[in-house]
Design a protein around this ligand. Structure first.
Ligand code: HPA
Length: 241
């Protein structure tokens, strides 16, 4: 089983042995990623936002990233995502192993299937996130005593601004539990590519209008940093399963 980690905001150093950089050519551009050793297994690590968080969510080359993982023979992908919460049951510092998504993005490239050589393909999305990997992550979290919610709907907004209170009320009414800016189209492309892909969403803040204070990226990074040990343990304990 070849495994990759896609690190989101605040996850830049996976802490593996003998990390080396690798460049992968794809039809969508070049991807720079890292390959390291964990328990004698090669694990691929990809920074979604590039080095030093240089790419905003709408500029991430999602197609190149997922294509590169396919080229490397990856089968399973554990992605991380910082999210705001619209659900009072999901509090900052807690993990959510999301099971579905709502798409409020506007400007992205959503598919590998643009006609031509790749054809026109309508992919089933009844289970957008890999049920097997979700189960493994939930079991691992339970064994480690880490609070991880079983399921949640990830509402993806365009960003890079945070949402307005009215947008958050709308998302809540439509069933969204957490809100972030990167699930779409990453989960779509991973699913189209036949990867077993699951996201560990980390709640960093209550969403706009629910939180008592204005949102800042520093707050997001601070909560990620406070919980990075748990996140790392969860990922690496889940990998061998
Ligand atoms: N909204 C969108 N993206 C986010 C948030 C949020 O409140 N927190 C962390 N990423």
């Amino acid at each position: 089983m070849r495994i990759a980690i896609i690190g989101g905001s605040g996850v830049y150093d996976p802490g593996m042995l003998e990390m080396r950089e690798q460049r992968v050519e794809t039809p969508y551009g070049e991807v720079k990623l890292k390959i390291g050793l964990y328990q004698a297994e090669e694990i691929v690590f990809l920074n979604r936002h590039g080095e030093k968080h240089s790419l905003p969510p709408h500029k991430v080359n999602y197609r190149a990233n997922i294509w590169a993982l396919k080229v490397l023979g990856i089968e399973r992908v554990i992605a991380t995502a910082a999210v705001g919460s619209t659900n009072p049951d999901f509090q900052p510092g807690e993990f959510v192993i999301v099971h579905d998504f709502l798409d409020f993005t506007k400007t992205r490239l959503y598919t590998f299937f643009e006609g031509g050589e790749m054809g026109v393909v309508h992919t089933d999305f009844t289970q957008p996130y890999c049920p097997e990997l979700r189960r493994i992550l939930l079991e691992t979290a339970r064994e480690l005593g880490i609070k991880a919610h079983d399921g949640g709907i990830y509402a993806c907004t365009e960003g890079p601004r945070f949402e307005t209170p009215a947008e958050i009320r709308m998302i809540r009414q439509l069933g969204g539990d957490v809100v972030g800016m990167t699930a779409v189209p990453e989960v779509i492309l991973a699913h189209e590519a036949g990867l077993c892909y699951s996201t560990i969403a980390m709640v960093t803040n209550m969403a706009a209008g629910i939180s008592a204070t204005p949102l800042t990226h520093d707050e997001v990074l601070e909560v990620m940093a406070q919980n990075s040990r748990n996140l790392r343990n969860l990922i690496f304990q889940a990998i061998p399963r």
